[in-house]
Design a protein around this ligand. Structure first.
Ligand code: 5AD
Length: 430
């Protein structure tokens, strides 16, 4: 897509014109179009005029391109990468192509980012989706090696919000602040029975006009069915990694009689996710980037898995080591790979929501700013009551920013929100 872009004629010399384009000045052949004058707008390929257009049309197209550089056209881009980026708008990419994109650097990487941004803008316009997350309990019966909430982390300061507290927080979030998308998250905590969760869901849906996601880990299908009936709209459940050996290694070590249901088998998790989709839930899933012994090829498979599952929202983030876990001294996931994963995911799943997750923000203060320009279109705001938020320590140094100004802009500026957010973020990171 976007093989031709508009430019304004600055100079003409015989059959060539000097065109002012978004990303500089370009000399092009104008024998293909008759009657070209200085000041005209032309639609041009890399080196050839295609047709004359009027100023309004030119501005329309430039707007569609997001006012940003279309770097695919730059001469210096490796032709192989250019070709992959070009075909991405017409067909699904192969694993090999995805891997090639995940390994790009320099100009090729910038071209990937720019194409993802254009696709985001073309398909989803300037809307940003805003999600509020309430982490209501940090108890977890599982013992995943990477996670700070793991059962054997005895240093964690535990909390479990009461049903009333959860409902009150949700009410405040939706009815006072104005959130329309709410995620309730906890560890796998059977301290809440199915009927407790049903009560929470139905009470919230009764008094808040919001889209409600539950993120409570692996529970029975029956439990999930009841929550759906009570009004839950979506489920957030990551598959964490599509590499089945890695999945087995990092999950549910030392199961107890209580946790034996959770066999730490990837296919169980995937089939649960598929069943939830069949139940009619809006499905959010995804993976971790940079787990110990995870290869870039695994990330390519993870992206393909998201596509295969037909997710409406794709959520991923860098692995971040957490104190008091077996992975405490491991290296964190690389943010460069995270950004490329955002961009590639956008090329493959053009209509999906891709949020900037808290883990991304924790690793890079500019994650919102950069991620939104590289294919992402959603933000997460933490709404856990302050007294608990610090204890929801999935990983160390988790960021807890309550950027009220950004939150307000995002929630209330409607169609203009993208531009305003961008300005706000630009100012912040000048
Ligand atoms: N680093 C980054 N993300 C983590 N999660 C759990 N532990 C970590 C960690 N150490 C993520 C998992 C889980 C989500 C709630 O938090 O992907 O699904």
């Amino acid at each position: 897509m976007c093989l031709t872009i508009p430019g304004k004629v600055l100079k003409i010399k015989q059959n060539t014109a000097l065109l002012k384009m978004q990303n500089g000045v370009r000399r092009i052949d104008i024998t293909t179009v008759s009657g070209v004058k200085v000041g005209d707008w032309l639609l041009a390929t890399v080196d050839l005029a295609v047709k004359k257009i009027n100023q309004n049309e030119a501005h329309e197209i430039l707007k569609l391109l997001g006012g940003r550089k279309n770097l695919i056209l730059a001469d210096q881009i490796n032709p192989k990468i250019k070709e992959i980026l070009k075909v991405a708008s017409q067909r699904a990419l192969t694993k090999k192509e995805i891997l090639t994109l995940l390994k790009t650097q320099g100009k090729e990487k910038e071209a990937l980012f720019s194409e993802a941004d254009i696709i985001r803008k073309t398909y989803l316009k300037d809307f940003i989706c805003i999600h509020g997350i309430i982490e209501f309990s940090n108890y977890c019966q599982n013992n995943c090696l990477y996670c700070g909430l793991r059962r054997e982390n005895k240093r964690l300061r535990h909390y479990r919000m009461t049903i009333d507290e959860i409902i009150k927080t949700a009410k405040y979030t939706c009815n006072k602040i104005g959130y329309k998308m709410l995620i309730l998250q906890s560890g796998v905590d059977f301290g809440y029975s199915d009927s407790n969760l049903v009560k929470i869901v139905s009470e919230i849906k009764k008094c808040c006009r919001c889209f409600l996601f539950m993120s409570v880990g692996e529970r029975s299908l029956e439990g999930y069915r009841k929550m759906k009936k009570a009004g839950a709209d979506g489920i957030l459940l990551r598959f964490e990694t599509s590499n089945k050996e890695l999945y087995k290694k990092i999950h549910n070590i030392n199961p107890t009689p209580k946790t034996q249901n959770f066999k730490s088998i990837l296919s169980d998790r995937i089939s649960l996710i598929k069943n939830l989709k069949k139940m009619g839930y809006y499905l959010v899933s995804g993976f971790l980037i940079g787990l110990p012994r995870q290869a870039t090829e695994d990330v390519a498979n993870d992206i393909l898995m998201c596509q295969k599952l037909g997710l409406q929202m794709v959520t991923f983030g860098p692995f971040i080591p957490c104190q008091n876990t077996p992975f405490a001294s491991k290296k964190a996931g690389n943010m460069d790979l995270v950004y490329k994963t955002i961009a590639v995911s956008r090329l493959l799943m053009k209509n999906a929501r891709i949020p900037i997750t808290t883990a991304m923000e924790t690793q890079d203060l500019k994650a919102r700013h950069l991620g939104l320009q590289r294919g992402a279109n959603a933000l997460m705001f933490n709404l856990t009551p302050k007294k608990y938020a610090k204890s929801y320590e999935i990983y160390s140094n988790k960021i807890y920013s309550r950027d009220r100004r950004l939150e307000k802009l995002a929630l209330f500026s409607g169609k203009k929100s993208w531009k305003m957010l961008e300005q706000e973020l630009n100012q912040k990171f000048k």
